[in-house]
Design a protein around this ligand. Structure first.
Ligand code: HEM
Length: 454
């Protein structure tokens, strides 16, 4: 593939000059990027306006700001996806207004809690494959990269539970390609030449390969071995919408783009949460023991049954606390359609607004001893006292994550099953550092060794 030449259009999205990511690069390429943002937020009372020649970015971190932008005046704020179009196409996560509602409606049923029982055996089967793999790692003693491990697991869960298919692609390879795009801080070095509005010939081996691989994935999934021919799956819902003559907007391209969206938005976030939680647990063996004790109390020596999942409450709290400390989506970006006033701060039409969930999650105003790993914060009595919109792992309002509840079931089951059989030992530098891409990744990964429990 060396020296591959591709027709490149700026609409492919890699590295627009005006990209908010470029503007934030100096802030985020720091040793500890979130510390820098927290210090600035403290200094400017939660509102950091960044004035550039022809545009303004406003970083917001108070719960009231989130409420205004995501909930009470949400229609004034549209989605921002510079650089990520090749990943998401025109899927619903990128669309605004009436069309977004129309596209989301036929998919909503797949995420209703009454579907989760049906997904349960497929989630367990994906965890079984992971355990078989980890048994080999335990025998060889080799060092593994945890995010790759958990990403494979999350992708297999989505393929099996939501699409009724075996996972037909090599996730390690595919997601490496996706990273070309989501590692937006590196766009500048990848982008070679970009003349606005015109097709430009560039040599871009990375981008071309990444696009080619990613675009082939939905077809591969559709053509893969069907597991059970279930009547109602997310995939059949998408296909029904496509077949509906009264819904011309939902064409085949839409089905493909929705699948891409689930294969990324529904996997990397879940995978990062599980990987970060294993890191935190490796540093807090008492919490790991408590998960094992809870599993024994609820399930004995047997595998969890569906009706026991709700009782794995402490395990779920560990996941919630992980998403507080390491929110996979650390900032929510919007463009102001019209002027607004947020707590006395003027927002102008065209401003880019970033809700910094990470900062609210780490603020001593809302959390006692915020840097401490303390899953008890999410015990029901304490959780009730939480300040609204101070915890936003899944955003809020009508554009909140469709898969938040499902991801917590996936990760609860994964933690319980993996930790009852293995002790994952983190072997990287401590503490693990953050690399702030579109998602909150570990810098240099999270290397682990796996030990089998006797
Ligand atoms: C820990 C796991 C997850 C986290 C932290 C997470 C986080 C988020 C966040 C913050 C948003 C809103 C983005 C914004 O407003 O700019 C979002 C949207 C979305 N998420 Fe998730 N997500 C997770 C898991 C999942 C799963 C498992 C699925 C599906 C299988 C999923 C599918 C989606 C979709 C389709 C949207 C767009 C919804 C819309 O625009 O209507 N996510 N997610």
């Amino acid at each position: 593939m060396a020296d591959m030449t591709v027709a490149y259009s700026p609409s492919h999205g890699l590295g627009e000059e005006q990209s908010i990511w470029f503007k934030l690069t100096p802030l985020l390429n720091q040793e500890n990027p979130m510390q820098v943002l927290m210090a600035l937020s403290d200094k400017y009372a939660g509102v950091i306006p960044i004035n550039l020649k022809n545009q303004r970015i406003v970083l917001l971190s108070e719960p009231e700001h989130a409420e205004r932008v995501l909930v009470s005046n949400a229609d004034n704020y549209t989605k921002y996806f510079d650089g990520l179009r090749p990943i998401f196409g025109r899927s619903m996560i990128t669309i605004d207004g009436a069309l977004w509602q129309k596209i989301r409606t036929p998919q909503q049923a797949a995420f209703h809690p009454n579907m989760f029982e049906e997904y349960f055996p497929y989630l367990m089967s994906a965890i079984d494959s992971k355990m078989a793999r980890w048994a080999k790692f335990a025998a060889t003693g080799e060092t593994i990269e945890m995010v790759e491990e958990t990403w494979t697991l999350a992708a297999e869960m989505v393929c099996k539970a939501l699409f009724d298919r075996e996972m037909p692609f090599n996730p390690h390879f595919v997601f490496k390609q996706v990273k070309t795009y989501t590692d937006v801080m590196n766009h500048k070095s990848i982008r070679l030449k970009n003349v606005r509005g015109e097709l430009v010939e560039i040599t871009g081996e990375d981008t071309a390969k990444a696009m080619e691989v990613w675009h082939s994935v939905p077809d591969m999934v559709m053509g893969a071995n069907v597991l059970e021919h279930r009547e109602k799956t997310l995939l059949t819902m998408l296909q029904e919408a496509e077949a509906d003559p009264d819904f011309p907007e939902f064409d085949h391209r839409q089905v493909i783009d929705e699948m891409k969206q689930y294969l990324w938005a529904g996997t990397e976030t879940t995978a990062l949460t599980l990987a970060w939680s294993l890191y935190l647990l490796s540093q807090h063996p008492e919490a790991m023991e408590r998960i094992r004790a809870e599993a024994r109390a609820v399930c004995g020596d047997a595998d969890p049954q569906w009706n026991q999942v709700q009782q794995l409450a402490y395990t779920r709290q560990v996941i919630q606390e992980t998403m507080r400390l390491f929110p996979p989506i650390w900032g929510l970006i919007r463009i102001a359609a019209g002027d607004d006033d947020i707590q006395g701060h003027k927002i102008r039409a065209g401003d880019k607004v970033v809700i910094l969930s990470y900062i609210a999650h780490h603020s001593p105003k809302f959390w006692t001893d915020p840097e401490k790993f303390d899953p008890e914060r999410f015990a029901p009595e304490r959780a009730k006292k939480r300040v609204k919109y101070s915890y936003l792992p899944f955003a809020a309002g009508k554009r909140a994550c469709i898969g938040g509840a499902l991801s917590q079931i996936e990760n609860t089951l994964a933690l319980v099953q993996l930790l009852r059989r293995f002790t994952p030992e983190y072997v990287g530098p401590k503490p693990a550092k953050i690399h702030a891409t579109v998602t909150l990744c570990p810098k240099g990964g999270l290397p682990f060794r796996i030990h089998a429990l006797s």
